[in-house]
Ligand binder design. Structure first.
Ligand code: ZN
Length: 392
């Protein structure tokens, strides 16, 4: 008899099947581990990060995909001259359900560079299994989710489960550097529809119970203060850029926190954050009044606060202090990401995901999206979608 999941009224029977599913997956943990470790051997780094792209990893995946029981495996590569292959690969694997409705899982193949190798205990591209954990670049982001998605299809196939919706697994390029050659390309190809249930498993949380439906906006600000350099003993006219910039820092900090003091418990922390962070080195010696000061701010802003209003506070404060002190300010915004529309808590994908997670992990909570992932790109185009984790 086939296992029919989509028309079960009997909760007991449904639970029994889900127990069998869990057991089936447990039994494959070694196979999952090996698949992930092999994936981690491919340094799929995009050309924006000086890498040669995702092609070798995609080819490895194309080789193993047939054994996961998909009915259809297609490629939608995006042209990109900057990599040897000239293409950024995107794979769409479909396992047909009994209706036309799609559950779409989007995971990304690309990874960020390894950074300083001295900071690693082991080779980032030679994965190591130790104490129940796998160490290697991209093991969590987004390797484990690729493997979990593939084994979800394998479970449906080998357990002979008649599932209601089509399962579409999209393995995309370019998530780490803008998504133009990945999810954007698939959206342009018309591969995702408004009524698809889209899940982006690209966030990690210890218990795997958080469902992400919204995120903060982000703004990086560089403030350069121009004064007049001179001798610290007061010989000749000076405008101390360090002093003016310090005053600016305190003033703008106070105004930002006062102007945008909204709270939203959906976020952690539940408030907007405005942090003065980096400050560039000024003069090398103690007895010179610095003529220039460069400081930076990292701002994470709650929706629906408008970034234009935040910028206005930075600029107005600069104008006022400039008039009083004679110093000149230059303000630049190096990163600016307005938050996409929040996915409603009663969107079908959220309700379904919540039910699934609650059945197996006892409780869920809503949270924010990490900014910049595929879900932001997708949500940004006005579609609801949910993120979650597959960690045990
Ligand atoms: Zn990611």
């Amino acid at each position: 008899m086939r296992n029919i999941l989509y028309q079960l009224d009997d909760k007991y029977l449904e639970m029994k099947i889900m127990d069998k599913v869990s057991e089936f997956i447990e039994d494959r943990s070694d196979e999952m581990k090996e698949t992930l470790m092999e994936l981690l051997r491919y340094p799929a780094i995009g050309p924006d990060n000086d890498g040669d792209g995702e092609m070798a990893k995609a080819e490895y995946l194309m080789n193993i995909l047939p054994k996961f029981g998909f009915d259809k495996i297609d490629r939608y590569d995006a042209p990109d001259d900057r990599v040897t292959s000239g293409r950024r690969p995107n794979i769409v694997a479909v396992k047909h359900g009994v209706t036309d409705k799609n559950v779409v899982i989007i995971a990304h193949m690309d990874i960020v560079p390894s950074g300083d190798l001295d900071e690693w205990d082991t080779d980032p591209f030679e994965p190591v299994y130790k104490d129940g954990k796998i160490y290697g670049r991209g093991a969590e982001d987004n390797g484990q989710e690729i493997v979990a998605s593939l084994f979800a299809a394998k479970t449906l196939d080998e357990m002979d489960i008649d599932h209601k919706n089509n399962l579409k697994v999209m393995l995309v390029s370019d998530e780490e550097t803008g998504s133009e050659y990945g999810i954007d390309h698939l959206l342009e190809e018309g591969l995702i529809h408004q009524d698809d249930l889209v899940i982006v498993p690209d966030h990690s949380e210890k218990n795997g119970r958080q469902i992400e439906i919204v995120e903060k906006s982000a703004l990086w600000v560089k403030v350069t203060t121009h004064g007049i350099q001179g001798h610290a003993a007061g010989l000749g006219r000076t405008i101390n850029a360090n002093r003016v910039a310090s005053r600016y820092l305190l003033d703008v900090d106070k105004r930002l926190h006062e102007s945008f003091d909204e709270e939203d418990e959906l976020f952690s922390p539940p408030v907007s954050t405005f942090e003065p962070t980096k400050r560039e080195l000024n003069v090398p010696n103690v007895n010179t009044v610095p003529g220039t000061d460069v400081q930076y701010y990292d701002c994470r802003i709650l929706p629906p606060i408008d970034l234009t209003d935040v910028k206005e506070v930075f600029e107005k404060t600069a104008d006022e202090i400039s008039k009083e002190t004679g110093a000149k300010f230059e303000i630049e915004y190096s990163k600016e990401k307005e938050t996409p529309k929040k996915t409603p808590e009663d969107a079908e994908v959220v309700i379904q995901l919540k039910k699934a997670v609650e059945d197996h992990r006892r409780g869920t909570w809503f949270g924010r999206h990490r900014w910049g992932d595929c879900s932001r790109t997708y949500q940004g185009k006005g579609h609801p979608c949910s993120g979650m984790v597959f960690q045990r």
